[in-house]
Design a protein. Structure first.
Length: 264
């Protein structure tokens, strides 16, 4: 079976969108690449992503192609009480299908967005939610130029090609959201692993200090630990630091020996 250029591009884009488990991950770059792939695959003028938290837009990322226009059209939607396809898609959790910018209903629905889109020569727009299962992260907004030839009537019905472009954009958005989700989990697990390693190293140093002091003082390890802890508290020093310095021999020996328990 021969794969088309679009199918090959979509497969590569989906793979890239989910390959996010790296320490140098950059959210803005990830979302811009997602927007770029969407522009190429659906043949759009430009595209952008709005991330939303608590019902408020928190950041915008535009495609590399015509980035300034994409960012402008995202920004006007985030202005209070103005709205647009991004917020509608995020609010419902469903795609906003192709909307003709020149239609009277569009101007009544999103007056400020419509004026700005017409200024930039946008013919139609659509948006899909950026979601990971039930978690909504924002929306991907796609802006489409007028096709070559005579202008189409404002109220034309949605074509099969329009439906396909929405489905493709939704696939890309969900892959991108999965990539964000995986990267966040990866970062959390790395942080947890670091905390566990630190705790283990702390425990090892304390055990070493306990054994060393118990042998030096000819006492039990519990008594040695109690003495080390008293010294650390008296000198307002973290127990881990006191243990490490005791093992190194850099701790005040006379002060530590003052806490020495009686021999067993």
């Amino acid at each position: 079976m021969h794969l088309s250029t679009r199918e090959t591009g979509l497969a590569a884009a989906l793979l890239e969108a989910t390959d996010t488990l790296s320490g140098g991950f950059d959210t803005a770059h990830h979302l811009q690449r997602l927007s770029d792939h969407c522009v190429e695959i659906v043949g759009a003028h430009s595209a952008g992503i709005m991330l939303v938290a608590g019902g408020e837009a928190v950041s915008f990322v535009g495609s590399s192609r015509r980035q300034a226009i994409a960012l402008d059209l995202l920004t006007v939607q985030a202005t209070p009480h103005r709205g647009g396809p991004c917020l509608d898609s995020y609010g419902t959790g469903r795609p906003v299908p192709h909307v003709p910018i020149g239609a009277a209903g569009t101007a009544a629905r999103w007056p400020d967005f419509t004026r700005r889109a017409l200024h930039h020569g946008i013919a139609t727009t659509f948006a899909v939610p950026l979601r990971r299962r039930e978690s909504l992260l924002g929306a991907l907004n796609v802006f489409v130029s007028p096709p070559p030839g005579p202008p189409e009537p404002p109220g034309r019905p949605e074509s099969p090609g329009d439906e396909e472009s929405v489905r493709l954009a939704q696939l890309l958005a969900e892959a991108g959201a999965a990539g964000l989700h995986n990267q966040r989990l990866h970062a959390e697990y790395r942080a947890l692993a670091g905390q566990l390693q630190s705790a283990l190293s702390h425990r090892v140093r304390v055990e070493q200090a306990k054994g060393m002091l118990a042998e030096r003082w000819n006492t039990g390890v519990d008594q040695a630990f109690a003495a080390l802890r008293r010294y650390a508290r008296r000198h307002r020093m973290p127990l881990d630091e006191a243990a490490a310095r005791a093992v190194e021999g850099s701790l005040d020996r006379d002060g530590l020996d003052a806490e020495r328990p009686p021999p067993v």
